[in-house]
Design a protein around this ligand. Structure first.
Ligand SMILES: Cc1cc2nc3c(=O)[nH]c(=O)nc-3n(C[C@H](O)[C@H](O)[C@H](O)COP(=O)(O)OP(=O)(O)OC[C@H]3O[C@@H](n4cnc5c(N)ncnc54)[C@H](O)[C@@H]3O)c2cc1C
Length: 457
């Protein structure tokens, strides 16, 4: 089956709520997970609609400083990105409205508008939050899916594994990636901004000033944020490391993978844009980088979208729950508390290095993330507690945390999207990893040395 852009469009924008009351002073876009101007499908849809209706567009972001209290490094990264969004919009003569949640302005804004565009929320938690905020509002609400292909087009249910999802992509794309058309810039200058002069930049800076960021992390990582930086990061990767991605990306001794996940998480860059660029380089759908950026990533979104238990063990496959329960009371050789894990106080120098990398840079190399998660299972008194600890640490410290990939990455360590392996203590039939594997695959001691000198990343 081959696909054209009209087919895609009918799945990309969804009418969440319909109202007969169509009068309003402006069209609104509430930006949440697509914090960018370029290649932002939601912004593009909102602009086209505003242009058609001959109404101005109000683009706003509502910041909740009290949300996720322990995560000030994330707030810092995000707020620096929003400064860039603000400046980019200004360049096109549009203003960006940045409100604090405490201002309670949402209802006031939306009372004057009848068409609201939102970024499609991909988790139950995000959906519930939006639902609560928009309760009782008589207006038209449209959600827009910013994945490469809209997830409801690809699959109407939770996919069992990468293999089942991959098959659907391959079938629908006829083994050929399709380029995508972004017309944001074409419309942006044709639509007026609602209020020209706002002091959003000052407001964002004043929120940054209030942050009390943990002193574990080098602050330089946090200000390297935003759509322009994201573009530079991906361009550098495509120019210098893509050709050897397959050989190098599983070696944590040096960073030869893209490191784009934190920017994707905040929506600073569009995966569809990166994939469209790769098509120009004649990459095929089965290229290993496309496998990660498209299949693995969109599998994670498929999972959190369709499974309400995306953040706990209830969503594991039956075989995994059975085997983990059977081995839940096996004696563990080492047992650690959350604090031991958090401050890298285990007996294992490799694990501690991964945790140290996380604390100091908000990132762990992909291969070491697997080892990191597997060992938390091995050294915690029971698997449900292990999932909680892994999620807590991942989401507190990884700059790409709280993403669909976070939940799927961690639950993968407990059997999600995987198959049964040879049975052993504690793990049961869950895939096992040990330090011999690290020694065999690369020079793990060099990794340890580099992390200890903060020499990675
Ligand atoms: C225990 C554990 C926790 C993880 N936590 C997170 C997390 O919090 N946030 C996060 O974005 N990813 C997470 N991952 C998935 C993966 O490790 C990271 O996406 C990847 O390492 C990010 O580095 P990169 O951008 O350099 O990846 P690259 O190798 O350059 O890949 C490019 C992009 O492809 C996607 N991708 C790569 N590997 C995977 C994967 N296994 N599953 C899904 N998508 C993938 C990501 O969007 C990534 O940015 C986790 C994996 C594990 C095993």
């Amino acid at each position: 089956m081959s696909l054209n852009l009209i087919d895609i469009e009918s799945f990309r924008t969804r009418i969440e709520r319909k109202s007969t009351n169509s009068k309003g002073e402006f069209i609104a876009y509430w930006m949440t997970n697509a914090q960018r101007v370029d290649c932002n499908y939601t912004l593009e849809r909102a602009l086209k609609f505003a242009h058609k209706e001959r109404l101005p567009l109000k683009i706003f972001f509502i910041y909740n400083p009290g949300h996720y209290k322990t995560l000030e490094r994330h707030h810092c990264f995000m707020l620096h990105g929003l400064l860039e969004v603000n400046d980019l919009l200004k360049k096109y003569n549009h203003s960006f409205h940045f409100f604090s949640y405490k201002d309670n302005l949402l209802k006031e804004i939306l009372d004057r508008c009848n068409h609201l565009f939102i970024d499609l929320p991909y988790t139950e938690r995000a959906r519930a939050h939006l639902k609560k905020e928009l309760i009782g509002l008589d207006m038209n609400i449209y959600s827009v899916d910013n994945l490469y292909l809209p997830l409801t087009l690809i699959s109407k249910k939770q996919e069992f594994s990468a293999a089942t999802l991959r098959k659907k992509y391959y079938k629908i794309l006829d083994n050929t990636l399709i380029g995508q058309d972004f017309s944001v810039l074409e419309y942006i200058s044709k639509v007026d901004s609602f209020i020209k002069n706002t002091d959003s930049r000052n407001q964002i800076c004043s929120e940054i000033d209030k942050l009390n960021i943990d002193n574990l992390i080098d602050k330089n990582y946090l200000i390297r944020s935003g759509p322009i930086t994201a573009q530079n990061v991906i361009d550098d990767f495509l120019d210098n490391s893509l050709d050897n991605y397959q050989e190098n990306s599983n070696n944590p001794e040096f960073i030869k993978n893209s490191t784009i996940s934190r920017y994707l998480h905040y929506g600073h860059i569009s995966s569809a844009k990166i994939i469209t660029k790769l098509i120009e380089n004649n990459l095929k759908i089965d290229h290993p980088f496309i496998e990660q950026l498209l299949i693995r990533r969109e599998l994670a979104y498929n999972f959190t979208y369709y499974n309400k238990n995306y953040n706990n063990s209830e969503s594991l496959p039956n075989w995994a729950i059975k085997t983990l329960n059977e081995h839940n009371y096996d004696k563990r050789e080492y047992l650690y508390t959350l604090k031991d894990f958090e401050f890298a106080k285990t007996h294992d120098v490799y694990w501690n290095s991964a945790q140290h990398q996380l604390l100091t840079s908000g990132y762990i190399h992909g291969y070491m993330r697997m080892y990191w998660g597997k060992k938390i299972l091995e050294w915690t008194s029971n698997y449900k507690e292990a999932i909680k600890i892994a999620l807590y640490l991942n989401n507190k410290y990884q700059l790409d945390g709280r993403n669909p990939n976070s939940y799927v990455g961690i639950l993968w360590c407990f059997g999600l999207h995987d198959r049964a392996w040879k049975e052993r203590k504690v793990f049961g039939k869950i895939r096992y990893m040990n330090e011999n594997g690290l020694r065999r695959k690369f020079d793990i001691n060099r990794y340890v040395e580099k992390v200890s000198k903060n020499n990675l990343f």
